[in-house]
Design a protein around this ligand. Structure first.
Ligand code: BMA
Length: 384
């Protein structure tokens, strides 16, 4: 009995010592750069009490303007005076001059670096063209098995990954170090709308593709500035409170740093026929589930995409999004939320000057739980 007691105590003690050891690299990439490890640690510690706000392609264009180089502008900054803390980008159409939304890749590199220099955090998604048909991401021609080792398009796929690696390794800070990036390559994979999704691909092949991609980037191409984010889509999860459904296609703890969810569905989407009050319960459930799944695995939880296109619900920032993330001790522990792009007046997710939701957005911005760029601590410093 006594020996068992000491055995259990020593196990517990070792567990607590290993948890408190500073700067342990528990990332997917054991060779991740110090700044990448620091970004993970800082996101984790900040998530205990704050939520970072993000916006897709925020400094590339907005309503009524397109950045052609020079001073950074952002609709977020125009309405609240601060940049978002998280900057979303996309590598769709890599190999061409501009990405799928018309932003030149060379400009994306500059804007990523500008964001980093100001202390912001960059995340990159990949609306990747269908490598088999040559169509866009939404072309569901069967592709995934052909990209795997031995498949007819495998070599082409590695060539595409070489372009991705080249892009990521071009992201250099003034001191010559690589700029860390949250990479989110195959998002919403439990939906059937992308060629890598459920239906066009089976789960096993999807997992093999994810694992191959991660191993190729880090082991073959020596890309060591990435945190890997996994993000199923809430609309294809029947029960928002059921953790098992979020893990469809989960490639394993060795392949994921950030467990997220894309949730437009519970925040006023026209696809969701339930009243907003009921949606809000599911929204809270979805945040609770990702926080728990992430914490059980030592990962970071995030609301990797959300938003209300055209912001047509009055008070949406306070009553829907803020109310959800600030609902309880658990929901507050998501590290960040990111909303989609401001393409034009028919497709936008943050207010622009004079839009009717500006005041409400400022309430969201001013709330103590939300963090914008100027409030960030040094996200790239290793603390001991
Ligand atoms: C979608 C829309 C499209 C865009 C795509 C990739 O949600 O915004 O217009 O091309 O994302 O950014």
């Amino acid at each position: 009995m006594c020996r068992l007691y000491y055995f259990i105590m020593s196990l517990l003690l070792n567990f607590f010592i290993s948890c408190s050891e500073p700067n342990q690299n528990i990332l997917v990439d054991k060779l991740a750069t110090n700044k990448t490890v620091a970004l993970f640690n800082n996101l984790k510690s900040i998530s205990a009490s704050k939520v970072l706000f993000g916006h897709q392609e925020t400094t590339a264009y907005g309503i009524g303007w397109v950045n052609e180089g020079g001073k950074n502008r952002s609709d977020v900054k125009s309405v609240c005076g601060d940049f978002p803390a998280i900057y979303g980008w996309d590598l769709g159409d890599i190999g061409q001059e501009k990405n799928l939304d018309g932003v030149p890749f060379n400009q994306i590199k500059v804007l990523i670096r500008d964001a980093y220099d100001r202390g912001g955090v960059n995340t990159i998604s990949f609306h990747q063209n269908n490598p088999v048909s040559g169509g866009h991401s939404w072309d569901t021609t069967r592709a995934v098995p052909h990209l795997l080792p031995g498949g007819s398009n495998h070599v082409d796929y590695t060539k595409r990954l070489n372009l991705v690696a080249e892009f990521l390794k071009d992201l250099k800070a003034d001191d010559g170090s690589f700029i860390p990036v949250i990479f989110r390559p195959y998002h919403e994979h439990n939906g059937d709308w992308f060629w890598w999704g459920k239906g066009p691909s089976n789960e096993e092949d999807f997992i093999t593709l994810w694992q191959f991609t991660v191993n190729y980037l880090k082991n073959k191409k020596n890309v060591h500035n990435l945190l890997y984010a996994f993000s199923p889509d809430r609309s294809r999860i029947k029960d928002a409170a059921n953790p098992r459904e979020y893990l469809y296609g989960y490639p394993g703890d060795d392949y994921v740093d950030i467990i997220g969810v894309d949730n437009y569905f519970d925040v006023g989407s026209h696809w969701n026929k339930k009243p907003l009050k009921e949606q809000s319960v599911s929204f809270i459930n979805s945040l609770e589930v990702v926080v728990k799944l992430a914490e059980q695995r030592g990962k970071i939880a995030a609301l990797t995409e959300t938003g209300l296109d055209k912001l047509h619900i009055d008070g949406w920032w306070s009553d829907v999004i803020l109310a959800g993330i600030n609902a309880n001790e658990t929901t507050r522990r998501i590290a960040y939320l990111s909303v989609w792009r401001n393409a034009n007046t028919e497709h936008f997710f943050v207010p622009y000057p004079e839009h009717k939701s500006v005041d409400d957005f400022i309430k969201f911005y001013s709330h103590p739980i939300t963090i914008f760029e100027s409030e960030l601590p040094d996200m790239y410093k290793l603390n001991d």
